[in-house]
Design a protein around this ligand. Structure first.
Ligand code: TYC
Length: 119
């Protein structure tokens, strides 16, 4: 008659039943629900007092534009009343607005800019 080795207990032959009660992990496949984040454009506004050179430097510094591009954006704002300096996620756009307003206040210029959701 066969005897069990006491150091190795018998392997249980219990198999969980199919359906409820077993340890099976059910992975449901779902369609993607995440939408890309809403982007925001930072729009700079024209005024009659802020020097053109200051606006160009601000656009270069805070929106990483080269001098020629910054000058074109500044002139567009000057002629049309407003212009987009960059498009970012909401928090980054808000930070850009703060940086521009802070620099304008410190220099004593009335330059204004706002962030608005992109359509
Ligand atoms: N209109 C200003 C001037 O003639 C220049 C200017 C450009 C000011 C763009 C603000 O966002 C601005 N000095």
């Amino acid at each position: 008659m066969a005897t069990q080795n006491p150091s190795q207990p018998p392997t249980p032959q219990v198999k969980p039943p199919d359906g409820e009660g077993g340890d099976a992990v059910v992975v449901e496949r779902r369609t993607q629900k995440l939408k890309p984040p809403q982007m925001h454009q930072v729009v700079m506004l024209n005024d009659d007092y802020t020097p053109m050179e200051f606006v160009v430097v601000v656009i270069q510094e805070f929106f990483s534009k080269d001098r020629e591009t910054a000058t074109q954006i500044m002139l567009k704002i000057h002629l049309e009343g407003r212009g987009v300096c960059g498009v970012y996620s909401r928090d980054i756009a808000a930070t850009k607005v703060d940086q521009v307003l802070d620099a304008a206040n410190k220099a004593g210029h009335p330059l204004q800019c706002v962030a608005e959701p992109v359509e």
